[in-house]
Structures are given as C-alpha cells and as structure tokens.
Unconditional design. Sequence first.
Length: 176
Amino acid sequence: MGRFLYPNEYYSSTYAIDFEQLYSLGYRGILFDIDNTLVPHDAMSDERSRALLKRLREIGFSVCFVSNNDEPRVANFVAELHVDGLDDPQYIYKAAKPRSKGYLEGVRKMNLRRGQVLFVGDQLLTDIWGANNARLPSILVQPVAKETKLQIKLKRILEKPVLWRYLKKHTLKGQA
C-alpha cells in the first residue's frame, strides 16, 4: 500500500543531492518543485538556490520548475534567476500535480526524453505521486521550512505513515 507514493530516493535536503553523480548516470534534466523544495513557501530565490541552479547549469543540466502555484508566483521566481544570468530555466505553473501532464510538459520543454529527466520535490501526495504517474524517477526531500499553510500541514499528517513504511526499508540520505 502506498508504493505509488514512494520516491526512488529520499534526501535531507535538495542541497545534499549529488547532482554530479546523477549526471554521470545519464540524467540531463531536472524538474523541480519550488516551494519548500528550494526555498520556503512563497519566498523568492535566495543565494543558496541561485548557487545550486548555477552549479546545475555548469554540470550540464537543463532545469524546469513544475509548480501547482499560479503564474505570477512561478514567473517571478524564475525572473529573479534570469537577473542572475540563469536564462535556461523553463516553468510550468498550475501543473495540477499529481497529474502527469505538467511533468511531461516539462520534459518536452527541456527537449529531453523521459529517461533523461528526474523530479525533485518535498511532498508525497502531489510531487512524488505525480512523478510516479509520469513514470519519472523521483527524489523526495525534507521541507526547507516548517509549514504555515493548513492544507499542507494536513497533507504532512497523511504522509507520515507512508514515510514511516518507506523508511523501514530505505534510508534518508545526505547532510545539508
């Protein structure tokens, strides 16, 4: 039960993932959730997220953000990256996660094949479920910040038993 919610890997933070190793395994594109995956909810990019995205570009990755948020939120986040010279990132807003459509649109926007792309997000019930629906490898990360939105707090409560079962057979990786 709940295996469709299981990620391929689980990390303490997006910033603890070994992206160089993923590149060596043949991945060329990364789909990212934004809120609580890269920055706290509704926060704009920060030095840490911009440095990561610059590093990913230097490694050779294409990046696309897949968010359930509205266009102004996502476009403003990406616009800040353009100011820093990161002109590559694409985005999908109102992605309707966990539906697969937004993920597959992200793969298409990066001009890659599904086998070359993986997804990174912080929620099982939207992010990971959706990546699994799209048949993309998924990495779950612990949230960047404590939740403030009630609907997400409720999702976290529902996720706890699934994470508990997952962690019985898998380990949490990385130190941020």
